[in-house]
Design a protein around this ligand. Structure first.
Ligand SMILES: C[S@@+](CC[C@H](N)C(=O)[O-])C[C@H]1O[C@@H](n2cnc3c(N)ncnc32)[C@H](O)[C@@H]1O
Length: 335
């Protein structure tokens, strides 16, 4: 919320035809780009996409529910694959909260479906599975409601742009063991980008202190070399799978390639770009998860250079401003 213009600044250098219209707080309508473009060009400042969204006419809970039911009858086959319904407000993307108006419209929609097309209720699922059709209804403001029906294959091709989560939000529960709350950013990244850390993976954590990210990796069985100017939390310093190296994150490189580079150094995007350039062009890692931090407004020039580097040097990449990122983005990829 409050960053709607960033999407336009991010996308305009990538596509001449793209148009971004700010339709409500936290909501941007995109025209002039298709889904295949978006599947190759993640929108870093978007929390959740409603592909091929259309507007639902109405002015009350009952009339919006009627519009949603009409949309379902029109767009879902009579006996569809499992489908999942999310009704949410823009603020849900930041907090995960579901609001009472959304709940009321959801209840009304289900009770109307019972009357009008009971057969559809048989395949309505509580938990969005990987093969479920995702029906998203966004209550953009009191009078503006958008709806989108996305098949599982399309949703997966859009990667983290269209997550199977309410408003794209993932709650990461508090945990007293990691020495910093930064652990939530890495937990969220691993979940939302579908990254799997395997037992025995090797990992370098640049700018690791006090050790929230290192904690996440060793908990999953990785062996971590942690680089920082200051030591980590005592428990991690004693951990059998953590080697601490007092060193400079900008110049330190491993003796042999590792599975993971993770990096959360506080620096400018152009310096993060240099770290990524070295690690990716020399193939020092197979997978990476790196934060790109901004002072004030984002540095779109460096961001475009990072995107170009990832396009050239990875077999797959994705990125996003996660719910647990503040003035920063997280980029991930496979070399
Ligand atoms: C945001 S903190 C990292 C938090 C960490 N990811 C965690 O989960 O606890 C950034 C870290 O980068 C380290 N740092 C900054 N510049 C550095 C440099 N040139 N070399 C090594 N570490 C550096 C700082 O000492 C700081 O500990």
């Amino acid at each position: 919320m409050g960053q709607e213009s960033f999407i336009s600044q991010e996308l305009s250098p990538l596509s001449e035809g793209v148009q971004c219209t700010h339709v409500a707080p936290g909501v941007v309508e995109l025209t002039g780009v298709d889904l295949s473009f978006l599947s190759k060009n993640p929108i870093l400042f978007s929390r959740q996409l409603l592909p091929q969204a259309f507007q639902v006419e109405g002015n009350s809970i009952k009339t919006f529910a009627a519009g949603i039911v009409a949309g379902l009858i029109e767009r879902l086959p009579k006996e569809p694959d499992p489908w999942h319904l999310y009704i949410f407000e823009p603020a849900t993307a930041d907090s995960g909260e579901d609001y009472s108006r959304a709940r009321l419209i959801q209840q009304e929609t289900v009770s109307l479906l019972k009357q009008k097309r009971r057969s559809l209720l048989k395949s309505l699922t509580d938990q969005p599975s990987d093969r479920a059709v995702l029906v998203q209804v966004l209550l953009a403001d009191r009078n503006t409601v958008f709806m989108s029906v996305t098949r599982a294959g399309t949703r997966r091709s859009l990667q983290s742009l269209c997550t199977p989560r309410l408003g794209g939000y993932i709650d990461i529960p508090d945990d007293k063991r990691p020495p910093s709350r930064a652990f939530k950013k890495l937990e969220e990244a691993l979940t939302i980008f579908g990254l799997n850390v395997k037992k025995g993976d090797t990992c370098v954590d640049l700018g690791a202190c006090p050790g929230g990210w290192t904690h996440v990796m060793v908990e999953r069985g990785a062996h971590v070399t942690a680089i920082d100017r200051s030591p980590l939390d005592d428990r991690l310093m004693r951990h059998k799978n953590v080697s601490f190296v007092k060193g400079d994150a900008f110049t330190w490189v491993p003796g042999k390639p590792v599975t993971w580079l993770i990096c959360d150094v506080i620096t400018t995007p152009d310096r993060t770009l240099k770290i990524l350039d070295t690690w990716l062009s020399k193939r020092y890692c197979s997978l990476f998860c790196v934060t790109v931090k901004f002072k004030g407004t984002p540095d779109f020039q460096s961001l475009a250079a990072i995107r170009a580097l990832l396009t050239e040097r990875t077999t797959w990449f994705d990125g996003k401003q996660l719910a647990h990122n503040k003035n920063e983005l997280t980029v991930v990829g496979k070399v």
